[in-house]
Design a protein around this ligand. Structure first.
Ligand code: DGJ
Length: 728
């Protein structure tokens, strides 16, 4: 049983394979957080809750004339504005008279097997035998506002999926000013926090910082999860490493603006929370209506970051990603973007495809530039009609030609955007996000369509449907190349403008659901100027996302390393590109580019026809190697063996099959040294007693993990190798 309830003490215990999460509704109905960490079955941890008569702490009147109960310091599960809690609160509503306090107390609870979907929102899914859900209903002491906290326990993954419903039964309308998806107060401030910030072409750089007095928040206000922060944070023991110590990953299944924070309080406790960014968020809730937050997922790693990441990987791969390509092998693709940018025609594309096909590539992806008037990024977005000056005869003849040489065909779209220089904009200038009487802000010379509008979505559906059914299209790259600004919908009344950020994302999800269920065999890849929307919300619709516009293999080491803390390798779009690299000018050996791109979805983004015969032979070998290791890479357990941000000399990582019979070590010697010291890599995840063969050596798993293996000395910058480890 993963949910155990002591009805007398009103203690709720959530049990996963290795962890315990516990809370209690105290005698006043305050929902107090008791414990989260390694399994401590059979004990109520209420002895850890201390009451104080504290100066300056507001006390509710139902404690009588006592002073020893206050939400100012109690460790809470979900705290409300106006309750006496001065930390950052999780929920705030405003009543018609302008008052805005809530005093939330335990009202009731229920449990059920399995997990219910979240209407209109992406979420983890699970069968009845894979999960159990606890719903605790809190009620405002002074009104008919209810808050339902949902905890879905997924024991196999040491995961708890949380979401919240705010229900208005007051008989009048109210406004939800904030509603986070998950919050918990940890009983210490002896923690570090991992964050994953960056910028365009530098996404998800892992940074480790001590939590300190006050608040560390990572946020996006861009209307997308963003390159700049990822909706994922990790609170960890100060001593936590890849394989030791406890850590708590908190991930948000959402693609828009968010907030995530760790805040220490006066009693040296740490509040960890994640949810919709409350900035510019005001949701009007009529009587009888419910506001559903997106879902957040806690995974507690009891054996370091590695254990947490592997659980996230399995959970998101098996219980978030959907559709045919959740398990079907994805085709090895060639994308023409870095080969041609906007300058292509059907002949050029065919030549790129033909060359690639000879080397084993399985699909051509035609990137930006095939539609409307699109010679550069100044025009054309919105006009999703084939540009027949570029593709003579239209799309189908090209697709048929590509298919005739045994290749699949994929296509690029950027549905959410509009260029002012487009027929769509000339016909519907009010379809973009902008404010009355103000010029919009351009970014990449483009504006954002108002995805909260049904007419906009219907237009996009019709266009996408028409193109996708006009030819044998196997893949779509769904791009999005700017952050939202000046956010306002011409269709909504003034009092609903605070809903636009969230309504945009709900509208986007609705369109994705519609189009993807109409084309269940098409593989969708998400993209936002690279990894500007690399989040679990998008993974529900696309099983892979282009990881970064930085295709430099050495830069990718750090980007893919940071990404791997939450996201599986099978979701990371990664390609071999030309040298000198277009983003950095660096020249990296082809082998190294292959090794790095293979720790992702693998493909090429260059004109392979420009390679030497020797390089072409190498490409053939790369493709065969990727196919050979496909299952190991895509479904194996992932181990980070070094941190490329700290270690500039080399990076190593490893995949281990579930049965521990096979492993693949990947190693990049980034910078060589004269007279180098021996470099020993200790493997992870093997069976200590099994005998393995690696590079002609026969060694036990224990020897490979405790002693390690000696790396050959490699001369020259940025060299790489892969070593297969096989059980004998
Ligand atoms: C940004 C993407 O990340 C690139 O791969 C490419 O598709 C361009 N957009 C096209 O405009």
């Amino acid at each position: 049983m993963s949910i155990v309830i002591d009805n007398e003490k009103r203690v709720f215990t959530l049990r996963t394979k290795n962890t315990t999460y516990q809370m209690m509704a105290d005698e006043l109905g305050g929902l107090v957080h008791l414990y989260y960490g390694s399994a401590v079955d059979g004990c109520a941890m209420d002895h850890l809750v201390q009451r104080y008569s504290m100066s300056f702490a507001p006390c509710p009147t139902d404690i009588g004339m006592l002073r020893n109960y206050s939400f100012d310091y109690l460790p809470l599960e979900y705290s409300s504005w106006g309750s006496g809690d001065y930390r950052t609160t999780a929920v705030k509503v405003t009543f018609p008279d302008g008052s805005n306090a809530l005093d939330l107390r335990y009202d009731s609870h229920k449990t059920f097997k399995g997990k219910t979907p979240l209407a209109g929102l992406p979420a983890v899914y699970a069968d009845e035998d894979e999960a159990e859900t606890l719903e605790i209903t809190l009620k405002d002491r002074f009104s008919e506002v209810y808050v339902v906290l949902s905890y879905c326990v997924l024991p196999e993954f040491d995961a708890i999926a949380r979401s919240v419903k705010v229900i208005n039964r007051t008989g009048a309308e109210l406004v939800v000013n904030s509603a986070l998806s998950a919050m918990a107060d940890f009983r210490s401030d002896e923690y570090d926090l991992l964050t994953f910030g960056g910028r365009w072409a530098r996404e998800r750089n892992m940074e480790r910082i001590p939590v300190h007095n006050g608040k560390i928040a990572v946020e996006s206000r861009r209307g997308a999860s963003s390159h700049h922060q990822n909706p994922f944070i990790v609170l960890c023991d100060k001593t936590a490493t890849e394989d030791q110590g406890c850590c708590y990953g908190l991930s948000f299944i959402y693609s828009g603006s968010f907030t995530a924070f760790a805040e220490t309080d006066q009693m040296d406790q740490t509040r960890l929370a994640i949810g919709l960014n409350p900035d510019n968020f005001n949701w009007k809730l009529d009587d009888g209506e419910t506001f559903q937050t997106p879902e957040a997922v806690f995974v507690c790693g009891t054996e370091g970051f590695g254990s947490m990441s592997r659980n996230f990987h399995k959970l998101y791969r098996e219980h978030l990603c959907r559709g045919k390509y959740k398990h079907a092998r994805r085709p090895i693709l060639i994308n023409n973007w870095e080969a041609t940018y906007f300058k292509f025609d059907e002949e050029k594309l065919f030549r790129i495809a033909e060359q690639a096909q000879k080397l084993g590539v399985e699909m051509l992806v035609m990137d930006d530039g095939w539609f409307g008037k699109r010679e550069n990024d100044h025009s054309g977005l919105g006009d999703w009609f084939v540009n027949e000056q570029k593709l003579k005869g239209g799309l189908n003849p090209l697709v048929e030609r590509i298919n005739s040489i045994g290749m699949k065909f994929g296509i690029w779209f950027e549905p959410e955007m509009i260029s002012e220089d487009s027929d769509l904009y000339r016909a519907h200038p009010d379809w973009c996000l902008h404010m009355p009487g103000r010029e919009p802000l351009r970014s990449r010379i483009q504006l954002t369509l108002d995805m909260s509008r049904a007419d906009v979505r219907d237009y996009l559906y019709e266009r996408l449907y028409s193109i996708l059914s006009s030819a044998n299209i196997a893949y779509v790259k769904w791009d999005m190349n700017r952050s939202m600004a000046v956010v306002y919908s011409m269709l909504l009344p003034a009092e609903k403008q605070g809903e636009v950020y969230h309504r945009y994302i709900l509208g986007l999800y609705e369109l994705l659901e519609r189009i993807e269920s109409a084309f269940p065999d098409v593989l969708f890849e998400g993209c936002s100027g690279g990894g500007g929307r690399f989040d679990p919300g998008m993974l529900y619709y696309h099983p892979q996302i282009w990881c970064s516009d930085d295709s430099d293999a050495i830069e990718r080491l750090e980007i893919q390393y940071g990404t791997s803390f939450c996201y599986p390798v099978s979701t990371m779009g990664a390609h071999v590109s030309a040298v000198p690299n277009h983003q950095t000018g660096r020249v990296t050996p082809l082998n190294t580019r292959g090794v790095v791109a293979m720790s992702g979805t693998f493909g090429y983004e260059m004109d392979l026809g420009k390679m030497t015969e020797e390089e072409k032979e190498e490409v053939k070998v790369q493709i065969e190697t990727f196919k050979k290791y496909y299952d190991l890479i895509s479904y194996g357990d992932y181990y980070r063996l070094s941190n490329p941000a700290e270690n500039h000399r080399y990076t190593a990582w490893e995949f281990v099959s579930e049965d521990k019979k096979r492993a693949l070590l990947n190693y990049v010697s980034v910078l060589p040294q004269a007279n180098p010291a021996p470099r020993i890599i200790k493997l992870r995840g093997l069976d200590p007693d099994t005998c393995y063969e690696v590079e002609g050596l026969k060694l036990t798993g224990a020897a490979l993990m405790q002693g390690g293996i000696l790396m050959p000395v490699m001369s020259g910058d940025h060299q790489a190798l892969q070593m297969e480890i096989r059980a004998l």
